[in-house]
Each structure stands twice: as C-alpha cells, then as structure tokens.
Design a binder for this molecule. Sequence first.
Ligand SMILES: *Cc1c(COP(=O)(O)O)cnc(C)c1O
Length: 359
Amino acid sequence: MKITLNPHAKDDATRNALVAEGGFGKYYTDHMVKCEWNEKDGWAEPELVPYGPITLDPATAVFHYGQEIFEGMKAYRQPDGSVELFRPRENAKRFANSARRLALPEMPVELFMETVETLLKQDSGWVPNKVGEALYIRPFMFATEIGLGVRPSNKATYLLIATPAGAYFDPSKAVSVWISTEYVRAAQGGTGEAKCGGNYAASLVAQKAAAKEGCDQVVWIDAKERKWIEEMGGMNLYFVKGKGAAATVITPKLTGTLLPGITRDSILSVAVDLGYKVEEVMLSIDDWREGVTSGEITEIFACGTAAVVSPIGQAKSAMGTWVTGDGQPGPITMQIRNHLLGIQHGTLEDKHNWMSAIK
Ligand SMILES: *Cc1c(COP(=O)(O)O)cnc(C)c1O
C-alpha cells in the first residue's frame, strides 16, 4: 500500500475533543484509503491518503445511473486498549456480492481487509473508548467511467472513510414505525439483497411519509403479496414471542429481497447461546397485529451495525395503530443488546470467533 500521511492530521487534544463530542458522521478521521479499478488492469495498488474532497468529471457514470455500493462496519476499543473489528470478512463478502449485482468489480476479500486494517492502524486514535461507542467504517465503490452511455462502467473507484460513532441509544425511548403499504423497497430479482445507495434513494420518500405520520422509521412489506414483514429502514427486524426462558426469538426469513444483515445473523447465534429458541419465519402484518393484541408477541426490536439493537414500541399502518408491551425496551431485547455489545467490547467470551484483531 502506498502511504501519504496527512500533514494536517489533528493533534491528540483536538482529536480527543472531537471524539468525545459523540454524535455520528460529523467528523472523519485524518486519512482515507483509495483504490482504483479498470477493466484492463484490474485493481491498482491501494493508497492511504489524507482525508479530503475528490474531483470528478460531471459526466462520471455514478452521477447519472447510480452504480454505487457501500458497506458499514465497526471497530471497537478493547479492555487492553487495542482495537478489534466485528466480523469484517462478512462485510468483505457482502461487498463482493453487492458489487456483482451492480455490475461493479468484486474486490478480493484480502484486499478489502488490507484497506480496512491499514486505515485503522493509522487512525486508531479516533476509536472511542466508551461501551456503546465505536469507529464506524464506511467502504464504498462507484462507477467512474466518463460518458452518458448506459453500460456497466469500465472504471471504478473504491474509497474507505471512518467516523467516530457515539452511543446514541436512548433506553427510555422505543422507536415508532410506520408500516408502508404504499411504497416498495425491494422485489424478487431486484437489488434488495445488495447494499447500494439506490435502495436508500428510493426509500427516502417513504421515510418522509413515516415522519408525516409521526413515526420515526418505515417498515417495509413484500412487493408481491403486500403482507409479509421484511425490514425497517436500514435495519433487520426481530420479534420475541412469550416470556422468560420459554421465549422464542423470531426474524423474517431471507427471501431474496431482504438485506442479509450481519447483526441479524449474529443475533440468531446469540439468542441460542442465551437459551432461547430461534426461528426464521414468514410474518405477516396480521401476525404482528394479532400477536401484540393477544400478548403473544412481547417485544420487537430492529438491529444493524449502526445502532446494534433498537427497541420498537408503537406500530402504525393504514390498518390502525398497535403498541407492543408497555412501549419500553423489553428484557430480552436488552439482554441480547448487552450480550452483543459485551462481545464487541471484549468483556464477554467471543466463542464464535467474531472479533478480528488489527495485526
Ligand atoms: C446494512 C443494512 C442492514 C443491516 O445490516 P448489518 O450488517 O447488520 O449492519 C439491514 N437492512 C438494510 C437495508 C441495510 O442496508
């Protein structure tokens, strides 16, 4: 890797003050990694360079046809002061899957890992220290062929940036959701399984509709039968049936239209480790309503890298409004959240070998 250090890197005191501010996505670390690809030569040698603006020709493909993908992952401070990544190879593999779907070049897992580890080593001072905080790492890639012809780009740019993420979890507040029966996130054969910017661009109007209904987030249902629960905004969903040791933890099945979340996958194991039954199911809007009305569904939460686990309280749709439990985060939701955070911060045993040290 070529290394060009930032002559204006923040000094320790300034950096620590910015990290201590918390928040998300306001400040970026001193460096970024860049890697160019073209059809003829493949991937070039990656470069660590100072973080900063990039210049692109107005006719660059990504601006016109949206050929872009991204990932989101976190590095956590460990009790001994070192820094570890949570399941980074899963992000690398999903990045390659997303690339394939968007006709972008697949970045080899080892090259992806090298870029992440090099940036982390250089900017490790930006990793926050408190539990619930982490350094959020954003790899992304976009089409850089110049021209307005519609075709898979013969050039692409990969960039890697990172931003400190504070603990924005407020345990006193469950998220309210609007179940959208008007808009569709993903259909069979579409890009629902890929992490691409276009999915998000198409979701914003539904997010706006949710806000108009007084809800924090939108919940998506399937495109065909318009009744199966898929996911929430940019997070996967979990439902808890029953209480205590007899509870079953369920999540919508991956049908080809849901984004296969790494947090979702990890919770399937964590719930079993904690002694619960787990099921991947088809769950309809009616199942949701009837389950919370009868009291069979006791807790609902969303999960993803950014917030880890977020409890869901009120659900609203064209068919009415219903509340889960007492609107407060449930005990199993909090237990799963704390267990996952414990593994990530190195205070609980990592029996699945999910944590990856920076060499
Ligand atoms: C990224 C993402 C998720 C969560 O995936 P994680 O790997 O757990 O962060 C869920 N749904 C969508 C639409 C996403 O983009």
